[in-house]
Design a binder for this molecule. Structure first.
Ligand SMILES: [Zn+2]
Ligand SMILES: [Zn+2]
Ligand SMILES: [Zn+2]
Ligand SMILES: [Zn+2]
Ligand SMILES: [Zn+2]
Ligand SMILES: [Zn+2]
Ligand SMILES: [Zn+2]
Length: 1749
């Protein structure tokens, strides 16, 4: 069947290919009814091309469509071959100067914070780089797709609208010119025809709703072929869809994932193809399966030809988009066609039709036509305007559709609003001509229909669906914001009228919010259900900016402001109609004043936090002052109609509510109330909530008698009784002992005093006080920084943002703060300048309670440090604007003085209950404010003015009869000596001092002198003098102590945080006395130190006594005692790899005996250096295991470590470990029978060894085929060789066990196999791990330019020592014959014998690995040797042999460029010798080797190439034999090479080795060179590693982060055909970009589905990976499938902060030091450890499915 189909399709293709586009076009040109002709053509061909089978074949379809369908259209349009026609058009075109680049998902976009008209104005990367804005303050974001570059749009930029590229086209500013004049007339006509027909065809077919017919097209042959089409929705999850599909259409999971991915991306996908019944059946299964909980998935059975035409319809739209790209004239014609009204009148244009059908189209179709709109209508200035009008007229309908639709906003046509409404001229035009403001607000209101009886919004009983719609309707507020964002510079009467009309609508909206969500205090029982509060606050929060912008608009025009003020007042009156209805007015009187008010208790009646109308009026009132309208046109304002008590009533209630909540009176109302109070004060809302309530009270007080205001306030606070009754306090404390009530009242009094402080003191908004906007923001910053130094982003978060997302902070920050740069961790901080501290106000109204007390503490501490007194007096304040000027009188009003007097009286009497210190503190603050006020009045006194502020007089007057209370001043003097008020003394002293200053000022200005008790005060102060002196001294002493303590703890904290690693080392260094003396402390000072061979320096090993961290017991490290072990972590590593693409061989069969020099995968062992008894560790590990099993059964949670894999955390430092290394004394001593007489030279030694090997082979052969004793006889056993001798194992049982444990662990991890201690590969893996670990450490030291010895942290030193000694001892627990076998094979690679064939050639062997393995396996042979040859001799000969092989290896692969460098013609001995050697090599290789005549170059090359090997060997023999390193190689310096050679018992002239041993070496070299692989290499047929191998580094990262974003946005998923990847992730090790966290790129790994990153780690990093998640700007560490963590990226903004998640958008640049730190983590193999620590610190990291990334 399939084959038939294939054949059929091919047949059709052939007939199709015979079509001639030109002929068809000619036909069309002559046609009378072009539409009919074209339609017939399409009706015939489209179904033949599209939808021929179950799966789309986009390439074939595109090719045929271009040939058969689009080709003729292009011919017709051009009137000639389009291959000539289009370029001609393009040339003649005068292109627009708009860039208009449509953004891809994830593409970087840039906005200039200085020049963009609003934040939606963005540039593409190319334009940005060519613009002036790159030098400005800019912001970078990644596009969510859609939207386009605004380069060239003069309305979008205040400055620099063109980039260099688009500037060129502006030279001829022919804006008004009709682009059609550039087109020939006949082409205009043809374009018009073909565009009209094709556009209509596309629109008709896409909006077609019948399943079996076609619009205006005949079905040529009606076959029974259908598609079962599955559509996307936002309700069902990926998993649900995949599951359902598997069931419904019987496909594999992979296919189902494919379907689901396409549905998600394109919005629809056919999931079955066949006859109607077949498809319908699938449909019903899908519907049935998905309809249970939610609405079912949308599925439709569609005839194949409909689907075909729809496919082509979309193709046509794309084609139109590209054709108009050739010419602006064509673009204009298409716009004209699109917007032309059809025969059905209104809304019948093609554009209207598409827009109105939008919500019914699938995602892919929407994207296509939106793109077309963007490249046509939005690119043509004339038609953009017409389109905007169409859009505005359809606005209501479009929004209604969008509300019904469940797709995200980005794919809805409604989202185009941002392109239209943010253009200032369009917005203005739409407001005046289409009444857009009103339309948007009314549409919004339409969708929020739920109201209570008073007509207010009610969200309480919202269903899930309504809540969903509520979320969607919020986008309308965004539209409103767009319309308002650019403010008019000129007002026409029309604009005024329409704006005010919109303002009316807006007031209607606010009216529905005024008083919504009212609450009543719960007494007795706790509320049962938390009431819904979030919706109301969401609305408030979203509207906040709009409310502010409305005020900004009003401020721009006096007429508008006056009208708006009247309207707002009017609406407020409507809200408050019935304000006093049914309430009995009551009369309050105090201090001879009385006022009438209503009876109302916040604690008993309904109260609401939502008062937007009151607050808007408060805002407008301030504007009256700010714009001076209040002074210029008082007659036009309804000021006399204002009723101050009415204005203040509701805001006051709200503030009282906050106070009562704070006093704990509303506890039973639950958390919802607490949350509401929180947001009321929060920076997101406060500007239009809390702040405006304060303004309203200020407005009220400034218009009424302050005594009246205070009485009403007392009454609302429910404190009137307390202050209006004389001696209430006394009676209160005796009569009422209810502690709670006393406490409550105390808090309420404190809160009320705080409120008065705010009313008087908050005058930093322009219009209230005589300040400007800069002063306001400076004050905010000063107070934030008074708490503590802060990072830029913290400050931004604490400050309110305007509609342009600006806080205005950057303009002023330099004036008030200094910037401190960040170190390697942490971030840059702003610190308050010392001189700004005097502006600190303890009662700053935006402080939270916690912030207030932190700030108080910080400021007092600062003053103590500066040796100032610790009083925090109120700062001097700017004067009020005239409209508010009278409100300062509240401070000297009778009721205020009465309140202050009463509280001071309480303090003097000092009864335990009825007063509190913070009450007193506030009174003192108020007194201070009043004195400051009076002082300023006096200082600014001008001749004609009389100072009416006479606070000092008033507080000097004693109370009147009957109380005869002392004056406030007198009470202060009393309190100054009160022992219980020590803390407030500084403040009282400050008050009295200020009082005196004022008195002097008064006297000097000779206005009414104050006759008071001066002497008294003076006396007072002298008496205090020596007391103060003593106190001062004590204070200084205390300060010094404190400072030292603080410094110490600071140093410690700093140390730990900033330098974690170092700290750990130091800790260990402190620990080290337990682990004995270090060997690298020189014991033998003067003698020449030699690490190996018969000449090896003898050192007596110190007794090594160590302490177990678990049982704290000490023990000596000895062969026969209980084993001591180090916690260790073994991991596979590719850090040194030179070949990351190598395929890992089957671990079961892999032979690891020879390490390839590409080091593609090694086994690394690390340790934290903590020592335990083996049995203590065993017990600990068993306990961990048991606990973990219990925990997993109970909780099913993961831990940061995998117990089943033997992982555990070091009990001391919680470092991840997976095994332990035993501690051993130097193992060679045990087997080295010292005998220095008559040691053989290399040649003799090799001969002997070869004989021994031969003997062993024979013995083994004999074992196999027994009875072959003849051969045995033939063999003469070398003298003293006793192959039957079995050496005795010297170690204790416990040590043996640990040798096996660690060996098996190395084998298991290194090969990724199941543990098997018998496997002969176990010892190989141990030697390998030892060699590899030494190599990694050598590289780290070399890269950091550190000397070889003396700079290793203890943990590494201990680890390497233990690891080397362990590896040397391991052969004692493995099979002797296996180890002997390994030695024989290893040696055979250099000294060939007939038994071992097929070994790698010397180019393919890592010589250091070979050396380590040979040396460590050699004792297995040597133990049977009794002829007196020392083990050291063997070591030395092996070392020399391998070194020579390495030299040959280096010379063979040397890539010396002879003339690369200036050479000195010294012709030293070394140079001559190496040249001779090279010539010999040339001979051996048959002259295939490159001719080199410069010994100088060769020698330098050789020295450089062999250095790493020598350094590794030095480390190896040092740890093996315990010979201390000579002091010369413990520091950096010259002659390192010579010192190394001497330590390693090598001649300085390495080539001497060859000369000394030429007898055997010449043969060996010849045999090495004759290897086939070597020949192939020399012939250039294969590659080889050359030396020295360069260290691996992480990839180079660009300095500018946006380069990476750009790179990532160009990256598409490698698996799903050109799709943009959602989470592009960069491997920092190899630079591969991956498509992470996505179904499309999941692969199977060891039977599990894993994401692209995890899969990549297995090839690139052997399970460990370091990635940069580009969209998130976050580093990702992965290890294995279950471990991972995020790490701060190495990119910082100018403020020294990272931006994880790219939320702030500040430009980011690479911080090299931080990147180096990450690189070091990688080189040190600490990634896994880092993950472990991160997961231990943050448990949520454990739960993440890392393998899906
Ligand atoms: Zn651009
Ligand atoms: Zn540009
Ligand atoms: Zn700029
Ligand atoms: Zn112990
Ligand atoms: Zn540890
Ligand atoms: Zn990689
Ligand atoms: Zn992918």
């Amino acid at each position: 069947m399939a084959a038939d189909l294939e054949a059929e399709v091919q047949a059709i293709d052939k007939s199709l290919l015979e079509c001639s586009a030109e002929e068809i076009a000619v036909q069309w040109l002559q046609a009378n009814d072009l539409q009919k002709e074209v339609y017939q053509h399409l009706a015939y061909y489209v179904p033949k091309i599209y939808c021929r089978g179950p799966n789309p074949a986009p390439q074939r379809e595109d090719m045929l469509a271009q040939h058969v369908l689009l080709g003729p259209m292009e011919w017709y349009l051009c009137g000639e071959d389009p291959a000539f026609g289009f370029p001609k058009l393009e040339q003649a075109n005068k292109p627009s100067h708009l860039c208009g680049r449509v953004f891809k998902v994830g593409e970087p976009t840039y906005s200039c914070r200085d020049c963009a008209v609003d934040p939606t104005c963005v540039l593409c990367m190319e334009c940005f780089l060519g613009s002036i804005h790159r030098e400005h303050r800019y912001r970078m974001t990644t596009s969510g797709g859609g939207g386009f570059c605004d380069c060239g749009d003069t309305e979008a930029w205040k400055e620099g609208p063109y980039c260099q590229k688009h500037e060129i086209n502006t030279s001829e500013t022919a804006e008004e010119e009709d682009p059609l004049v550039h087109l020939p007339e006949d082409m205009v006509a043809r374009a018009y025809n073909i565009f009209a027909i094709t556009f209509k065809y596309a629109v008709d077919i896409l909006t077609w709703e019948k399943e079996n017919e076609l619009p205006g097209l005949e079905m040529i042959e009606k076959s029974d072929t259908y598609y079962c089409m599955l559509f996307n929705d936002e309700v069902h999850t990926y998993e649900q869809v995949i599951y359902t599909l598997q069931k419904a259409v019987n496909c594999t999971q992979k296919e189902a994932i494919g379907f689901a991915t396409t549905v998600d991306r394109d919005g629809r996908r056919s999931v079955r193809y066949g006859d109607f019944q077949y498809c319908d059946q699938a449909k019903s299964v899908i519907v049935r399966n998905t309809s249970r909980q939610t609405k079912p998935l949308k599925v439709q059975v569609m005839h194949s030809s409909i689907v075909a035409h729809q496919s082509f319809g979309l193709k046509l739209l794309t084609w139109l988009g590209s054709v108009i790209g050739y010419s602006d004239g064509l673009r204009r014609i298409l716009c004209q066609v699109g917007l032309q009204e059809g025969p059905d009148g209104e809304n019948s244009s093609l554009v209207d039709k598409l827009m109105l059908y939008d919500s019914k189209l699938w995602k892919g179709a929407r994207n296509v036509y939106h793109q077309l709109f963007m490249s046509s209508l939005l690119m043509d200035l004339k038609y953009k305007k017409l389109f905007a009008i169409r859009f505005a007229r359809n606005y209501r309908q479009l929004q209604r559709d969008y509300m019904e639709d469940d797709h995200e906003r980005a794919v809805s046509v409604a989202a185009l609003s941002v392109q239209l409404f943010t253009v200032p001229t369009l917005a203005r035009m739409l407001i005046t001509e289409e009444n857009l403001m009103t339309t948007i607000i009314k549409t919004f209101m339409d969708h929020l229909r739920h109201r209570d009886i008073q007509g207010r919004f009610q969200f309480e009983r919202y269903t899930a669906l309504q809540a969903f719609k509520f979320r969607r309707v919020q986008s309308l507020i965004l539209d409103l914001k767009y319309v308002l964002i650019s403010k008019p510079t000129e007002w026409s009467d029309d604009l005024r009228q329409k704006f005010l009309e919109g303002f009316d609508a807006f007031l209607e909206l606010l009216k529905c919010m005024q008083g919504m969500d009212p609450i009543t205090r719960q007494v007795g029982q706790h509320i049962e259900m938390e009431p819904e509060w979030e919706a109301a606050f969401t609305l408030q929060m979203k509207l906040t900016l709009v409310i502010s912008m409305m005020q900004d608009w009003c401020a721009l025009d006096e007429k508008v402001l006056i009208e708006a003020y009247k309207k707002c007042l009017n609406v407020l009156m409507q809200c408050h109609s019935g304000f006093t209805d049914g309430e009995q007015p009551i009369v309050l009187s105090m201090c001879g004043h009385s006022v009438e008010t209503i009876r109302y208790c916040v604690s008993q009646e309904k109260v609401s936090i939502h008062l937007p109308v009151s607050r808007l009026l408060a805002g407008l009132h301030v504007l009256l002052s700010k714009t001076e309208v209040a002074y210029k046109f008082p007659e036009l304002l309804p000021l006399s109609e204002l009723s101050p008590p009415m204005l203040i009533e509701h805001p006051l209630r709200c503030l009282v509510l906050c106070a009562q909540v704070h006093a704990g009176m509303w506890r039973r109302n639950g958390f919802s109330l607490v949350n509401q109070i929180y947001y009321y004060h929060n920076v997101k809302c406060r500007r239009e909530m809390f702040d405006k309530d304060i303004v309203m009270l200020q407005t009220g007080v400034s218009m009424m008698d302050p005594n009246h205001f205070l009485m009403i306030m007392l009454s609302r606070f429910e404190l009137y009784q307390i202050f209006s009754t004389p001696d209430y306090g006394k009676r209160f404390s005796t009569e009422n002992t209810n502690k709670d009530v006393v406490q409550q009242n105390n808090t309420l009094i404190e809160e009320m005093l705080y409120l008065i402080i705010m009313i008087v003191g908050e005058r930093f908004s322009p219009g209230i006080g005589q300040v400007n906007a800069t002063d306001e923001i400076k004050r905010e910053i000063i107070h934030q920084l008074s708490i503590r130094p802060m990072a830029h982003s913290e400050l931004v978060k604490a400050l309110p943002e305007d509609e342009n997302r600006e806080t205005g902070m950057e303009n002023v920050i330099e004036e008030v703060a200094c910037f401190k740069k960040p170190g390697l961790t942490g971030r840059g901080l702003y610190e308050l300048k010392p001189e700004c501290a005097r502006n600190f106000n303890l009662y700053f109204y935006h402080f939270s309670r916690a912030e207030q007390s932190k700030a108080e503490e910080a400021q007092r501490k600062l003053r103590r440090q500066n040796r100032e007194d610790t009083a925090l007096p109120p700062p001097a304040l700017p004067p009020f604007c005239p409209l508010f000027a009278s409100l300062v009188n509240i401070l000297q009003s009778d009721v205020m003085l009465c309140i202050m007097g009463t509280i001071l009286q309480w303090a003097v009497e000092h009864n335990g209950y009825a007063w509190s210190e913070s009450m007193l503190q506030r009174v003192l603050h108020l007194l201070g404010m009043a004195l400051q006020e009076e002082k300023q009045h006096l200082e600014n006194l001008s001749e004609e003015n009389v100072v009416t502020f006479t606070f000092t007089q008033k507080i000097s007057r004693p109370g009147e009869a009957p109380n005869n209370s002392p004056s406030i001043l007198a009470m202060l003097e009393t309190l100054q000596n009160a022992p219980h008020l020590e803390v407030h003394k500084d403040m009282i002293r400050w008050i009295l001092k200020t009082f005196n200053t004022i008195k002097k000022l008064r006297e000097s200005s000779s206005t009414s002198p104050v006759a008071e008790t001066e002497g008294n005060i003076m006396e007072e102060s002298s008496r205090d003098k020596d007391k103060a002196e003593r106190k001062r001294k004590a204070e200084i002493a205390r300060l010094r102590r404190e400072k030292i303590m603080a410094q110490m703890s600071e140093m410690q904290r700093h140390f730990i945080n900033e330098n974690k690693e170092l700290f750990q080392q130091t800790l260990e260094e402190l620990d080290t006395p337990t682990s004995g003396v270090h060997e690298n402390s020189p014991v033998i000072s003067d003698a020449k130190l030699t690490a190996l061979g018969p000449e090896q320096t003898r050192v007596t090993e110190h007794r090594q006594v160590v302490m177990c961290i678990l049982c704290q017991e000490e023990q000596e490290v000895k062969v026969d005692s209980r084993a001591m072990v180090l916690a260790a972590f073994i991991q596979r590593s590719t850090v040194l790899s030179k070949n990351r693409s190598k395929i890992t061989p089957d671990p079961e069969k892999y032979d690891p005996l020879f390490m390839h020099p590409d080091l593609s995968c090694g086994t690394h062992t690390g340790s934290c250096g903590h020592i335990m008894h083996a049995h203590c560790w065993q017990r600990y590990f068993d306990a961990v295991q048991a606990k973990e099993q219990r925990r997993q059964q109970r909780l099913r949670v993961h831990t940061s470590y995998d117990v089943e894999n033997g992982e555990f955390l070091c009990p001391l430092c919680e470092c991840l470990s997976n095994t332990v290394i035993p501690l051993l004394p130097p193992p060679r001593v045990l087997f080295n029978r010292l005998n220095f007489s008559g040691q053989p030279n290399l040649t003799q030694w090799i001969k002997t060894i070869s004989q021994q090997i031969k003997a062993l082979h024979l013995l083994r052969d004999e074992d196999c085929n027994s009875g072959n004793s003849e051969k045995m006889d033939q063999l003469q056993l070398p003298e003293g060789f006793r192959p039957d001798f079995k050496p005795k194992n010297p170690y204790s049982e416990s040590i043996k066990e640990m040798l096996t444990t660690f060996g098996t662990a190395t084998y298991k991890v290194g090969l990724k196999v199941h543990p098997n201690e018998e496997d002969p590969r176990v010892p190989i893996m141990c030697w390998g791990s030892c060699a590899y670990t030494i190599q990694t450490i050598e590289r780290i030291l070399a890269d950091e330019d550190k000397p070889l010895f003396g700079h290793l942290p203890c943990r590494q030193d201990d680890c390497l020592k233990s690891l080397t000694r362990f590896a040397a001892a391991h052969w004692t627990v493995s099979s002797l014959s296996a180890v002997q076998g390994h030695f024989c094979t290893l040696l055979a690679s250099l000294v060939p014998n007939e038994k071992n064939g097929g070994l790698p050639c010397i180019l393919d062997i890592d010589m250091f690995h070979l050396l380590v393995s040979l040396v460590l396996s050699f004792p297995a042979i040597h133990c049977q040797e009794f002829s007196g040859v020392s083990l050291g001799t063997g070591d030395l000969h092996l070392f020399h042999l391998v070194t020579m092989a390495h030299i040959i290896q280096i010379l063979l692969t040397s890539s010396t460029e002879e003339n690369g460098m200036d050479q000195e013609n010294t012709n030293s001995e070394e140079e001559v010798a190496v040249l001779t050697l090279y010539k010999f090599l040339c001979q051996c290789t048959g002259s295939a080797l490159k001719e080199i005549s410069s010994g100088w170059h060769l020698w330098r090359n050789l020295k450089a190439g062999i250095m790493p090997f020598l350094r590794c060997s030095a480390l190896f023999f040092h740890y093996l034999n315990g010979v201390p390193a000579p002091s010369e190689i413990q520091v950096n310096g010259t002659n390192q090479f010579e010192h190394l050679c001497s330590y390693l018992s090598l001649p300085n002239n390495l080539t001497c080795l060859f000369q000394e041993n030429s007898e055997i070496l010449n043969t060996l070299i010849e045999s090495w060179c004759s290897n086939n692989e070597v020949k192939r290499y020399l012939e250039g047929k294969r590659q080889a590693i050359s030396y020295a191998r360069e260290s691996n580094k992480l990839i180079d990262l660009p300095d500018d982060y946006s380069c990476l974003i750009n790179q990532a946005s160009n990256f598409s998923c490698p698996k799903s055909g050109g799709d943009k990847s959602r989470a592009p992730t960069l491997c920092l090790v190899c630079g591969t970009m991956l498509c992470s966290q996505s179904y499309c790129c999941q692969t199977e790994l060891e039977g599990e589905d894993v994401g692209a990153c995890t899969a990549h780690t297995y090839t690139c990093g052997s399970g460990v990976g370091i990635f940069l998640r580009v969209r998130e700007c976050q580093v990702l560490f992965l290890a294995g499938k279950t471990k991972g963590c995020f790490y701060p990226p190495p990119y910082l903004d100018d403020y020294g902060e990272t931006d994880q998640g790219l939320r702030r958008g500040n430009p980011l640049h690479l911080c090299k030091e931080r990147f180096k730190k990450i690189q070091k983590l990688w080189q040190q193999h600490s990634i896994t450890e880092e993950i472990g620590h991160a997961q231990e610190a943050n448990q949520t990291l454990v739960g993440i499915d890392w393998q899906h990334l």
